[in-house]
Design a protein around this ligand. Sequence first.
Ligand SMILES: C[S@@+](CC[C@H](N)C(=O)[O-])C[C@H]1O[C@@H](n2cnc3c(N)ncnc32)[C@H](O)[C@@H]1O
Length: 453
Amino acid sequence: MKNEQDKARRVAYEAVAAVHRDDAYANLVLPLIQRDWGLYGRDAAFATELTYGTLRALGAVDAILAVAADRPVDRIDPQARDAMRLGAYQALYTRVPPHATVSSTVDLVRDVAPGAAGFANAVLRRVVEQDLETWLKQVAPDEATDRVGHLAVAHSHPEWVVRAFADALGGDLDETARLLVEDNERPEVHLCARPGLIDPDELAEQTGGAPGAFSPYAVYLPGGAPGDFPAIQHGLAHVQDEGSQLVASALVDAAIDGPDARWLDLCAGPGGKAGLLGAIAAGRGAHLTAIESVPHRARLVERTTRGLPVEVRHADGREVGLEFAEGWFDRVLVDAPCTGLGSLRRRPEARWRRQPSDLPPLTKLQRELLAAGLRAVRPGGVVGYVTCSPHLVETQVTVSETARRSGLGVELVDARPLLPAGMPGLGSGPSVQLWPHRHGTDAMFLALLRRMD
Ligand SMILES: C[S@@+](CC[C@H](N)C(=O)[O-])C[C@H]1O[C@@H](n2cnc3c(N)ncnc32)[C@H](O)[C@@H]1O
């Protein structure tokens, strides 16, 4: 290992290889590898940039490597392939000079796949001959005849995901392109200052952050490890995307007649929204029941809601009727399991793992959970259906089909007035779709359904 930068490259290699070999999550595995290799500060940041960047850009990088290597990437030895991916990413997406990219990549391949060093040298030399724009002209479908295919390669997203985004954006491919650009940026970390426990201005001052643009509870962090802040350690605040804060607070601000004390979070793990709902409930004399079907996630909810008026139950949300009488609750959140296509910014490998075949089982579960939520709420009460995916099948279709088949009187409530005044780009209602490129949030979806009878 010649220097700390080479160590950072090796760490990034180990992380990318773990993602591909073991189905690891980069955000979980990378900090462990950094610690094992004793990588800190600027070099750790370099390793993070290489790991996340390479995983995000994989579609374009692989298309380019396939041409430069004159063979499909799946016919390249897996160790050499991941090292070459890191090299191609550095050459095309960073300011690392070409000669440094080639020599450091060849050194890395020599360590992890010794027999492939000469091959890697030849391929990387070809890669650095052209810049990204020139390569994309060569490997991406023609923009004029296949815009979606072009966007998919140029912005490194699977084509089915680009189509889903475009559908949710009403077919506007210019706007879809803006979304894809934003999806490739590293998002800021958002904190939620729990109401009644800490003022957001005070939290901003303590953390060196800035108050959020929309949520009254949000603080944007410039960097650093959120877990180190005393406010987080003492349960006064938690890490949570601003969009998640907005949809949770819209649910509790929706007007309902009559009692307003029994709240339910039907899919609560790991507990971000339960933490915010619990803090608001404390200030309003309400109580939250938080249901989660996965044991370790139920334990996370317990931890994040400690000290709040929240009771956590490890149960299947679809069977809520076994534990509570129908119509027991005044407000219900159904934050359903989904493809997560709305938070691809936060999980660099997720876009390549998700498949269209994930949709049928997920939408079946979403419909069952939303139907259970509708049974659990009393007439006059309100259900918030939330996904961190903008895929129309998981959002609009799930809501309309479930409401239609529920056999209950259900009215959609306009969610837009429940978001902060002046928030742009909320569409024509009644549901709301947030977007990274419009709002700086994850692409959270919210539909509010009032039970009429
Ligand atoms: C999108 S996440 C919820 C995120 C959470 N509300 C938060 O803000 O932190 C969906 C959760 O639903 C849980 N889940 C999946 N199937 C469930 C079921 N049948 N009943 C209850 N929870 C379920 C998953 O384990 C996962 O923790």
